[in-house]
Design a protein around this ligand. Structure first.
Ligand SMILES: [Zn+2]
Ligand SMILES: [Zn+2]
Length: 312
């Protein structure tokens, strides 16, 4: 489908430790009728209430199995069960996803009214939705971990109204059929003539692309083929550049490294997340990232929402 809305809700932007202002990791992506969660840290349900998103979730994608990324899913599952969900809930994640979902079932001593469906995601694994897909890529966080690219199908090219009229197509229903990719038959100079969509449509235009790295050292070189030209890059930015050595030791990234990734991937906007609790301001993070990337840099606060427009 083309023209669907695409919204990203930053429900949790904290590093490993929450702060009064920031919850642990949780990002909701709404694309048309679908709602996907990427990680589900502690307190995610209350963040969903505060952001007024509702609890309808079509799939949960985990980047790795550190507690700051998954503790919130247990409460969410209980709420969904109490409120009558019967549809299966797919739970995607790297190695150990089956163990973790078994663990959740063990912990949930209530009558779970819908199935949990664990699906292991490795580098290159994809989940297909109507109009887009979500593809996993391997990250570098000292344990099995993945990030995700959500990429829409290409949109049809622009309809060239003038060419259509010049070819003899009358404005009206035939325009719509050509735009939907159908060949139409018209009468021109007393003869029947076929007009193909290729004659009146420009080249296909790329869909939108959102990249979520999860916790990781920079991996932009290995993901260039899938992540280049993303509209939004949501990147681990646990530390500012004063802590480059620390970031390397604990398999995280600095804001400057996130800036490098955004530049290399030609991102539209760079969102810095997983901010360590040691920082009370993100001004230095933004400055460090902006030194390396001249595009739009943001450090969203919890509950911020971004609408992703089409480029061009
Ligand atoms: Zn984390
Ligand atoms: Zn982690």
């Amino acid at each position: 489908m083309t023209g669907e809305t695409l919204h990203v809700y930053f429900l949790g932007t904290a590093g490993a430790l929450p702060t009064p202002q920031r919850n642990p990791s949780c990002i909701m992506v709404r694309r048309g009728p679908d709602t996907l969660l990427f990680d589900c840290g502690e307190g995610a349900q209350q963040q969903m209430m505060r952001a007024r998103t509702g609890f309808t979730v079509d799939g949960v994608f985990f980047t790795h199995w550190h507690a700051d990324h998954f503790l919130g899913v247990i409460g969410l599952i209980q709420t969904l069960s109490f409120t009558g969900r019967t549809a299966p809930l797919p739970i995607y994640g790297p190695e150990w996803v089956h163990d973790c979902v078994d663990g959740i079932r063990q912990l949930c001593r209530f009558n779970l009214k819908f199935p949990l469906e664990p699906v292991r995601m490795d580098h290159g694994s994809s989940v297909r939705y109507v109009g887009y897909e979500v593809t996993a890529f391997a990250t570098d966080h000292g344990l099995p971990s993945v990030g995700y690219v959500l990429v829409e199908d290409p949109r049809p090219g622009r309809f060239d109204r003038e060419s259509a009229v010049e070819l003899g197509v009358k404005p009206g229903p035939l325009f719509g059929r050509l735009q939907r990719g159908e060949t139409v038959c018209i009468t021109r100079d007393g003869k029947e003539v076929d007009i193909t969509p290729e004659e009146v449509m420009g080249p296909p235009r790329p869909g939108r692309k959102v990249v979520i790295t999860g916790d990781t050292r920079p991996v932009h070189r290995r993901i260039k083929s899938v992540a280049v030209d993303c509209d939004l890059l949501i990147h681990d930015s646990t530390y500012d550049d004063a802590e480059t050595n620390r970031a390397r030791e604990v398999y995280h990234s600095t804001a400057g490294e996130a800036g490098d990734a955004a530049r290399e991937l030609n991102a539209g906007t760079l969102a810095l997340v997983h901010i360590s609790s040691r920082y009370t301001s993100t001004a230095t993070h933004i400055r460090d990232a902006a030194k390396r990337f001249c595009g739009n840099v943001i450090a969203p606060t919890d509950l911020e929402m971004l609408e992703i427009p089409f480029r061009g």
